[in-house]
Design a protein around this ligand. Structure first.
Ligand SMILES: Nc1ncnc2c1ncn2[C@@H]1O[C@H](COP(=O)(O)OP(=O)(O)OP(=O)(O)O)[C@@H](O)[C@H]1O
Ligand SMILES: [Mg+2]
Length: 640
C-alpha cells in the first residue's frame, strides 16, 4: 500500500554466504522453515511456502475434519466410487484367476483336444467380459473422482478468495504477495492431487491388497505363509525408501522454487540489474542455486527413481521361493500347475500396493499441510465487523473531518503518529507536507479505516467514524493512492471503477477533469484500449492521470490525493490544476505533495515531522513563521 513496501529489489545484491546458509546449509526439505527465499530474502512465489508442504500438518484431525466437510456433500458419489473400485479390483483378480483353469485344462491329459479348445474359448470369453467390466468401472470411477476433486477445490478456492477479500489491509501490508498467491496455486493444487490421486490410490491399494491376499489364501495357504513371512521386510524397505525419497523430494522442490524464484526476479528486474552492473554477481548467485538444485535433484531422483524399482525387484525373492516350493508341491502331487502359475502371479504383485500406499501416505501428509495453510488464511480475522447499530454515512454528507489526539502505530512498539488534532470544514482543502516517512500517508489510511486507531478519535460530520458502516464510510472518501493501480480491462472500465453506474459521458467528463482525455484519445483504441499488467503500456504520469480520473468520477464529498501528481510534469500539472480545482470544489480535500507549489493555495497546511504536526497555517502564515515550512519552501534544507 505504501511506497516503502514496494521498494525495488535488486537481484544479485546479496552476499553469497547468506545465500549459501539459506539454501545449501539447511537440511534438505527441513519442514517449517517457510520455504525458500527470493534473491533479496523474501519468500518466493511458486516455491515459497508451498514447498515446506512436505512437512506434516500441525493439527491433523482438525484439518482432515475440515477437508471432509468439503467432500461430504459428495458422499453418495464417493460411495459409488468405492463400490466401483471394489468391482474393478474383483474383476481384475478374477481375470488373473482365469490363468489357473486355462493352464490346468490345457495340460489335462484326460481331456480331448476339442474339449480343451472349448474350455479355452470359454475362459477367454470370461476374460473378455471381466476386462470390459474393468474398463467401464475404471472410466466411471475416474470421471466421478475428477468431478469431486475439481468441485471441491473450486469450493475451497472460492472460500479462500472470499476470505481474502474480507481481510484487513494490515494482512496485505505484512504478508508478501507471493505467499498469499501460493495458497491459491501450489497449495490448492496439492489438495487437488491428494483427492484425485492419492486418496483413490490408497483406497484401491488397500482393496487390492486385501483382495490379492484372500485370493492367495484361497489358492494355497502354505505358499501364502511364506509370502507373509517376508512381508514385513519389504514393507519396511518400501517405507524407508518412501521416507527418503519424500525427504529428498522436498529438498528438490525447495531448490526448484529457489531457482525459479531467482530467475523470475532477475528477469523481471533485468533493468535494475543492468543499471547497477550486477550481471556477474547474478550469474554467480544463480550458479550456487543451480548447483544446489542439481545435487538435491540427484538425491531425489536416486531414491525415488532408482532405489524404488531396485527394492521392488528384490521382492522377486519371494517369487523365486514360492515358485521353487510350489514346484516341489506340484511334483509331490499336492498342488496343480495352474494354481502355481496363478500364485506366483499374485505374489509378484503383492508388494506393489504396499509400496504404493506408503508413497501415497507421504503425499497425503504434505497435502494436509497445504490444506492447513489454506485454512489458516481463511481463519485470519477479517476486518472488524461494523459496530451494532452502525449508521450509514449518507451520500450527501457534508464532509466535516475532525481528528482528536490521534496516536497510532502499525506495530505497538513503534508510534508513527502522535497527538494529531485537526479540523477540516466541509469544502476545505487541507495539505500535508513533510519528510518521507513523516506519516502523511498513514493519516489518510486512518480516515477510511484501513487501520483502526487505538487512541484518539476521528469524526466525520460529528460522528466517530467507527459508528459508520465501513462501506458507507469508504464510498464517501475518494482516494488517489500513492501507489497507482490499474486493473486488466479497458481504460473506460478502469475509470468507471470509481463509480460502476457512471455513464460513458461521465467517464469522459472525468477523464477531461483529470486532463487524461487527450492522451487517451491518442491511444490505439481510445477509451476501449486494453490495459494489462497494471497499465504497463502507459507512462507513470499517464497512470496517475487515470487514477485521478477514477477519483474524479466518484461523487464522494471527501477527497484524498496522495502524491497524485508527483509523476506528472509541471506543465501538465499546471494544466490539470484547473480540473483539480473543479474536482475539489465543494469537497473536503486532503492533499499530500512533496512539490510545495501544489499545496500553496490550501486553506491549511500541516507540516508533519516524525508523526507530529509541528507547524500549521496557510502558506503566508507558515512563511511568516520562518520555521520548517519556510526552510522547505526556500529549499534551505532538503527533504531527507
Ligand atoms: N504497513 C506498515 N507497517 C509498518 N510500518 C509502516 C507501514 N506503513 C508505513 N509504515 C511506517 O510508518 C511511517 C510513516 O509512513 P508513511 O507512509 O505515512 O510516510 P509518508 O509521510 O507518507 O512518506 P512518503 O512521503 O515517503 O510517502 C514510516 O516510518 C513507515 O516506516
Ligand atoms: Mg506517503
Amino acid at each position: 500500500m505504501n511506497s516503502h513496501t514496494t521498494e525495488q529489489r535488486i537481484p544479485g545484491s546479496r552476499s553469497l554466504d547468506v545465500l549459501r546458509k539459506q539454501y545449501v546449509g539447511s537440511p534438505a526439505g527441513a519442514p517449517g522453515v517457510g520455504g525458500p527465499r527470493g534473491p533479496m530474502g523474501g519468500p518466493r512465489r511458486g516455491g515459497g511456502p508451498g514447498v515446506h508442504a512436505k512437512g506434516k500438518p500441525k493439527n491433523m484431525r482438525a484439518t482432515v475434519r475440515r477437508l471432509l466437510s468439503y467432500v461430504t456433500s459428495y458422499r453418495w458419489q464417493l460411495l459409488l466410487v468405492f463400490c466401483f473400485m471394489i468391482v474393478n479390483t474383483a474383476a481384475s483378480l478374477y481375470g488373473s484367476f482365469q490363468i489357473k483353469p486355462i493352464i490346468n485344462n490345457l495340460i489335462d491329459p484326460t481331456l480331448s483336444a476339442s474339449a480343451r479348445i472349448s474350455a479355452l474359448s470359454g475362459s477367454l470369453l470370461i476374460l473378455a467380459c471381466v476386462f470390459s467390466v474393468g474398463i467401464v468401472t475404471n472410466y466411471v470411477q475416474a470421471r466421478l473422482m475428477l468431478k469431486i476433486s475439481q468441485n471441491t477445490t473450486e469450493a475451497i478456492r472460492r472460500d479462500l478468495f472470499h476470505a481474502v477479500q474480507e481481510l484487513p489491509v494490515r494482512f496485505f501490508d505484512s504478508t508478501p504477495t507471493g505467499e498469499t498467491m501460493s495458497r491459491f496455486t501450489n497449495d490448492i493444487d496439492s489438495i487437488d492431487m491428494m483427492i484425485n490421486h492419492s486418496l483413490t490410490g490408497i483406497v484401491s491399494g488397500v482393496i487390492n491388497l486385501v483382495g490379492t491376499f484372500i485370493m492367495m489364501i484361497f489358492t494355497n495357504i502354505w505358499l501364502t505363509l511364506i509370502t507373509v513371512i517376508f512381508l514385513p521386510i519389504f514393507a519396511r524397505g518400501g517405507a524407508m525408501i518412501a521416507n527418503r525419497s519424500t525427504k529428498y523430494y522436498s529438498g528438490q522442490q525447495a531448490a526448484l522454487g529457489a531457482v525459479n524464484g531467482y530467475i523470475e526476479e532477475s528477469v523481471s528486474g533485468q533493468k535494475v540489474v543492468k543499471v547497477f552492473n550486477h550481471e556477474d554477481v547474478c550469474v554467480e548467485e544463480f550458479t550456487t542455486l543451480n548447483n544446489d538444485m542439481r545435487d538435491k535433484q540427484f538425491r531425489a531422483q536416486f531414491w525415488g527413481g532408482i532405489m524404488g524399482p531396485i527394492m521392488g525387484n528384490t521382492s522377486q525373492i519371494t517369487y523365486a521361493l514360492t515358485a521353487g516350493i510350489g514346484g516341489l508341491l506340484c511334483l509331490a502331487g499336492r498342488f496343480d500347475v495352474g494354481g502355481l502359475a496363478l500364485f506366483v502371479n499374485f505374489s509378484r504383485h503383492f508388494s506393489m500396493p504396499i509400496n504404493m500406499i506408503s508413497q501415497q501416505m507421504a503425499t497425503i501428509f504434505s497435502a494436509l499441510a497445504c490444506a492447513e495453510r489454506v485454512f489458516t488464511v481463511m481463519d485470519q480475522p477479517p476486518e472488524e465487523p461494523d459496530v451494532p447499530g452502525a449508521c450509514t454515512l449518507p451520500a450527501d454528507a457534508a464532509g466535516c473531518v475532525e481528528l482528536f489526539n490521534v496516536t497510532f502505530g502499525y506495530v505497538p512498539e513503534k508510534t508513527v503518529l502522535r497527538n494529531i488534532t485537526l479540523r477540516a470544514e466541509p469544502g476545505q482543502k487541507i495539505a500535508f507536507v513533510g519528510s518521507t516517512g513523516a506519516g502523511k500517508t498513514t493519516i489518510t489510511n486512518l480516515l477510511n479505516r484501513f487501520y483502526d486507531i487505538a487512541e484518539g478519535e476521528i469524526r466525520i460530520d460529528g460522528i466517530n467514524i467507527r459508528n459508520y458502516t465501513r462501506d458507507s464510510l469508504r464510498s464517501n472518501i475518494a482516494m488517489v493512492l500513492q501507489d497507482t493501480h490499474l486493473f486488466t480491462g479497458t481504460v473506460m472500465e478502469n475509470i468507471r471503477y470509481g463509480r460502476p453506474d457512471a455513464t460513458d459521458e461521465e467517464v469522459i467528463a472525468a477523464a477531461k477533469t483529470a486532463s487524461a482525455h487527450s492522451f487517451i484519445m491518442r491511444l490505439s483504441d481510445g477509451y476501449q484500449t486494453m490495459l494489462q499488467g497494471d497499465g504497463a503500456n502507459l507512462s507513470q504520469g499517464q497512470r496517475q492521470l487515470l487514477n485521478i480520473a477514477r477519483a474524479a468520477i466518484s461523487k464522494a464529498p471527501i477527497l484524498v490525493l496522495d502524491e497524485a501528481t508527483s509523476s506528472v510534469d509541471t506543465r501538465t500539472e499546471r494544466h490539470i490544476e484547473h480540473g483539480l480545482a473543479r474536482l475539489m470544489q465543494n469537497r473536503t480535500t486532503f492533499v499530500i505533495a512533496h512539490r510545495l507549489s501544489t499545496v500553496r493555495n490550501a486553506d491549511a497546511i500541516m507540516v508533519l515531522e516524525r508523526g507530529e504536526i509541528i507547524e500549521r497555517g496557510n502558506h503566508e502564515e507558515l512563511l511568516a513563521l520562518n520555521g520548517r515550512y519556510f526552510e522547505l519552501w526556500s529549499g534551505i534544507t532538503e527533504l531527507d
